[in-house]
Design a protein around this ligand. Sequence first.
Ligand SMILES: NC(=O)c1ccc[n+]([C@@H]2O[C@H](COP(=O)([O-])OP(=O)(O)OC[C@H]3O[C@@H](n4cnc5c(N)ncnc54)[C@H](O)[C@@H]3O)[C@@H](O)[C@H]2O)c1
Length: 403
Amino acid sequence: MGKMKFVLVGCGRIATLHVAGYQNREDAELYGVYDKNKQTAEKFAAAHHIPKVYASYEEVLQDPQVTGVEILVPHHLHRDLTVQACEAKKHVSVQKPMALNLKECDDMIDAAKRNGVKLKVFENFVHYPPYLLLKELIAKGEIGEVQGIRYKMNNGGLLSCNAPASKLRAKGLGVKADECNLEPTGWKVDTLSWTWRLNDSLSGGGPVVFDDGYHKFSLFVDLLGGVEKVAAWIDESKILGGVCQDCPAVIMWKYADKKLYGVWDITSSEGLYIKGKYYTCDERMEVTGSRGILWLTRCTAEMLSEVAPVVLYKDGKTTQYWDIPHDWQDAFIRSTHDFIDCIKDNKEPVLSGERGREVLKFTLAAIDSSRLHREVKLDEYEDKPPMKKKSFIRLLLCKRKKK
Ligand SMILES: NC(=O)c1ccc[n+]([C@@H]2O[C@H](COP(=O)([O-])OP(=O)(O)OC[C@H]3O[C@@H](n4cnc5c(N)ncnc54)[C@H](O)[C@@H]3O)[C@@H](O)[C@H]2O)c1
């Protein structure tokens, strides 16, 4: 049997991390790309030595050579592109968040089932090697019974290549870029890559809790199982001019059928310099057990680069675990392998359509909790209706006036 052939649909910022997982695989290859912007696709294919550039999505789906597609486009397109691929009997990996609401998830799950193809939600945090080590240590009983988890996330700004106009903002904070003696940090993100994210009829919600949050909600479910209820405060803060992001925020939840709680707090500090090769978003997790504590000290960025990616406290001693791949890209490679392997071995991916829907429900219930000013039980959550497409201009204004 020849190699399975895969096509990337959408060649934007994140597509660059979807290439390495196909390298050195004897059973799979990155065969082609398609982007609605032909030049973008051609440039991407040339940069990554990908043999084929398709002229349309229909051409991808009609190609009998193609085993599966990876859908790497704005969120409002996830459902339709997934359903079309399933109908053409192609396996699908769709980037997070799975869709805009639960009805869309149902359509995607149904299309995959009817056509006998795999549906994977591509989320990388659950494949991050230090996180997998943390899970392994818990399973081995290193910290005893898990008693609770805390998650902390900081977005930075100062000299971040990906924070819109961060140099201007640094100046506004009284910090002159050329005076602060720091290297620019993070990777460059095209303005167009931000634009659709700030239109919630295209992105489905805010860039922090809804979009990036899907990673964190996936982790919380992957680590300790289903959630019974959630309570959240999600505020808004100005990014630039009148444009807002959905933070600061604090989100708390209770797991189903056990006395186990989690809390996630999010802050954005525009004057904070965060070291990192990718988005300058830093995450840390603390899992407390009956006999010890485990810390995961990073994922996307590397603010605490002098601390080991995993640290265990037990019996009065700390153990630092350094000997493990811990670049953010390593998580993408493993997630790609999960897609290839689930097709090859006819098994479910780590984040199947059903699990991806559960994660989206958790996300949407948290957002509802903040809106309704009360806790929301996931069993009682009513799906968010589809949104009418809005113009970008209308979204430039923050909902409330801030000081
Ligand atoms: N796992 C992660 O950590 C991570 C990080 C960033 C983005 N993402 C996800 O990846 C997806 C893409 O995000 P991005 O940051 O790369 O966006 P982007 O805006 O940088 O790139 C999107 C690309 O899709 C193309 N496109 C738009 N409509 C299309 C269509 N109908 N057919 C084909 N191509 C089309 C655009 O031309 C663009 O090149 C989103 O789902 C996003 O949430 C995940």
